[in-house]
Design a protein around this ligand. Sequence first.
Ligand code: AN0
Ligand code: CP
Length: 403
Amino acid sequence: MFFGHYRSKLHEQHRHFFAYSIAYSFSKQKRRNGLGQSQFFYPKIAYHYQVRYYLRHFCEQGKSHRFFENALISVFFFLLFAHKTSFSMKQFTSVKDIDKLPELIEEAFEVKKNPFAFKQLGENKTMGLFFLNPSLRTRLSTQKAAFNLGMNCMVFNLNNEGWSIETKDGVVMNGNAAEHIKDAVAVMGQYCDVMGIRSFANLQNRSEDYAEIVLNNFLKYANTPIVSMESATLHPLQSLADIITIEEHKKTAHPKVVLSWAPHPRALPQAVANSFAEWTVRAGYELVITHPEGYELDPQFSKGAIIEYDQKKAFEGADFVYAKNWSSYQHYGQILNQNPAWTVSEAQMQQSKEAFFMHCLPVRRNVVVTDQVIDSSHSLILQQAANRVVSAQTILKKMLENS
Ligand code: AN0
Ligand code: CP
């Protein structure tokens, strides 16, 4: 009798198993055909079945021990299937989209060693790269990553080649904008299996920039996995390439990394600095950020870093120095300081532990950093740029796996 009870329970669970599997493959098929199911369709179905299962057994049997038995078996199955769904990455917009950074870095080294080993993953798939701002590295390295994975690639400069786009919801569109971003994105999603979007901060309105309106419209309406190719607040493909580069060159497990603000004639976004801060803290490095007063980053990204206003002091004992300009977050978008004493030169580098020099590029020579430092044997700028392919390919590979 005891075993009979469990046998019938197993039968019941099998029925659930089949229901889940059919629902899952159906939702995937629909997604592939572009018929529009949310990426959370499968877990929702599973949840629906669990709730029905609990209620039915609770009402029919009215016995709490049976209820808990059923609940335990259901939780086991739910975790098993929920785990299966986590294989395929749906968005890459920040370090928060990464569960296990050490595993991602291992995967990146595999990709770097064997760039063409996963060429079948992208067969008959199309990547769309959409730019609202200029780009050299991101544009070329992400295309190359897509090619290495066997994908076709379309590149579209939305700003000057497409229709002018409205990003605000609910407006009467009788001005310049010819189409709404939600329509444009949904249409582009019909032509692509994966999409990348570059959309810088406009540096006029902080709350609009930090709301990531363009990126969020892509996440909401594209119905494909989305890669940020630098958003208003973050540049995760750059940061992953930077982490890979540091991992390749570090001599201690937890190196001291200094992010140094440097002068620039134009107001630049905080995205590269925000992103570098959150990735290096997550990687377990000692991060010191140095900048003149008024250049404090948004604490949601810089938390875990030490802020040091004295640049030379910050450089003491550094293993890596990462130079970058950004405009003020507090006095939003403003240039508060142009003092050439902040240009990274030998004078500051001498304070460090023969630190490696890093910059994401493009860089203004002899404004941000002197020729002497950027051309020295300790400069990693080309290694960083080369690792942009590895970074993009690792992320795209994760998106294509089990997609
Ligand atoms: C951009 C920025 O600072 O965000 C892109 C860097 C990758 N840089 C410039 O606009 C010069
Ligand atoms: N570092 C970087 O993202 O460069 P691009 O702006 O040229 O893509």
